[in-house]
Design a protein around this ligand. Structure first.
Ligand SMILES: Cc1ncc(COP(=O)(O)O)c(C=O)c1O
Length: 446
């Protein structure tokens, strides 16, 4: 007869949890909080679902920090990366080039608004923001405007966590500890529709914010290189949505005052707001377009800054120092570019933008009881983003809601009292019904 083991049997989850605690420093986390709120070890993922080591599952309603576009383990993206792996995994991009990076650059430039003819690659979103800021300053310097060293961003903006990106970020929780390391902050009022005074429409509020931008540029344009914005949705500020008129006015003002417009579409790009790029909804083209997150469908780190032909020309010279000498070792990584090409193929072949419109209408309809719930305010939706504030007395609402979500097979990650959905573009009707019904259950007991 076999004896039962004398040592206690830990679940596979518990084992990975303990090892992760001992060895991994997790991002955006006060690690001590994990004493009360355990990490979630994930073994595998398929479609919209994440599975842990003990067989539990979670619907990835935030696309794994807004990166995953078509679900996990997508067969076409898997196949594209595998095929590329057999040819070339990586070659340095200084002095060399390769098929995926050329094709991706051509296709992005063709899709992007305006004449954004050259692509400069980085790895994460923050590195794209660094590139755009440096490029803007340097382009002006090459053009004889060396005094243009400043940047201006919107109140509540988020552009990443490296020092340059953090300098144009206006969220105290990320910024304050590092304030002594950052550049002087310059912000203008946000067009965030939630901040509109009673009786003022989102459109009027956005026009008011644009007037404030005009006043600011009038005074500071000579020392300002660029305005950087998250077009239509300020994600980390709590999915703050605003009227497209602001972007249209900002484009006019930037042109009038000779200030670059940097569109940080790291979160809003790749179809997330209902058009391929959010800027399209304002009918504008920026001077720089930053993309990352969904660019590879959530598979591999890759970011890109598309720059106008004019900006590119400002660097093209016999003098080496007038060139853009910025670099990252993995710039234009071939595997990441092959994933991004597969993503663009899916957009082209599956008519994703139109399909998402139908999907979004279905989820919005299923969410009506939630939108009408007495504890819910500020219900909003744009493309494949839904958000609302929850009227709750709980001090720790975000963590409480996250735990309640996990208990109901949902990955929700509220920002303060703002609950949002930013699901992958593959939710079935049943998955949408589950998401809406279980979020409603949580709000019921908030
Ligand atoms: C608008 C925006 N810009 C920049 C970033 C930074 O991207 P990353 O986290 O890849 O550095 C983010 C990340 O959430 C973002 O939402």
């Amino acid at each position: 007869m076999q004896m039962a083991p004398l040592v206690p049997v830990m679940s596979a989850n518990a084992d990975w949890l303990a090892r992760s605690h001992a060895a991994v420093w997790h991002p955006c986390t006060q690690m001590k909080q994990h004493e009360r709120l355990p990490l979630v070890p994930i073994a595998r993922a398929r479609g919209a679902w994440l599975f842990d080591f003990d067989g539990r599952r979670y619907l990835d309603a935030v696309s794994s920090w807004w990166v995953n576009l078509f679900g996990h383990a997508h067969p076409k993206i898997n196949a594209a990366i595998t095929a590329q792996l057999a040819e070339l995994e990586h070659v340095m991009l200084a002095g060399f080039t390769q098929r995926p990076v050329v094709e991706l650059s051509e296709r992005l430039a063709a899709l992007a608004p305006g004449r954004l003819g050259h692509c400069f690659y980085g790895s994460d979103g923050a590195s794209a923001v660094e590139i755009a800021l440096k490029m803007s300053f340097h382009a002006w310097r090459n053009a004889g405007y060396a005094a243009k060293t400043g940047f201006v961003s919107l109140a509540g903006s988020y552009h990443g966590e490296t020092l340059g990106a953090l300098s144009v970020t206006d969220l105290a929780i990320f910024r304050d500890a590092y304030a002594p390391l950052l550049r002087q902050q310059q912000t203008v009022p946000s067009p965030d529709a939630r901040r509109a005074a009673a009786g003022v429409s989102a459109h009027e509020h956005a026009l008011g914010a644009a007037s404030a931008l005009q006043a600011w540029l009038e005074e500071h344009h000579a020392t300002t290189a660029a305005l950087i914005v998250e077009p239509l949705v300020q994600g980390a500020a709590g999915m703050a949505m605003y009227d497209a008129i602001y972007l249209a006015r900002a484009r006019e003002l930037c042109t009038q005052y000779r200030v670059h417009l940097i569109a940080d579409e790291i979160m809003t790009g790749m179809g997330r707001t209902g058009t391929m790029f959010a800027c399209e909804q304002a009918g504008i083209a920026p001077d720089f377009l930053c993309l990352s997150k969904g660019l590879t469908g959530g598979y591999l780190p890759l970011s890109v800054v598309l720059a106008t032909d004019d900006v590119y020309a400002a660097f093209y010279d016999d003098d080496v120092t007038r060139g853009f000498l910025h670099s990252h070792s993995y710039t234009g990584n071939a595997l990441a570019c092959s994933a991004a090409l597969a993503v663009l193929d899916l957009f082209r072949d599956d008519d994703v933008i139109a399909t998402n419109r139908t999907r979004a209408a279905a989820l919005t309809a299923l969410a009506q009881p939630l939108a009408a719930h007495p504890k819910v305010t500020g219900w909003r939706n744009l493309g494949m983003i839904w958000a609302f504030e929850v009227d709750s007395e709980r001090d720790d609402f975000a963590r409480w809601c996250f735990s309640e979500g996990l208990a109901r097979e949902l990955l929700l990650r509220p920002i303060g009292r703002t609950v949002y959905w930013m699901p992958p573009y593959c939710l079935s009707d049943d998955e949408m019904a589950l998401l809406a019904a279980r979020t409603l259950e949580i709000v019921d007991c908030a």
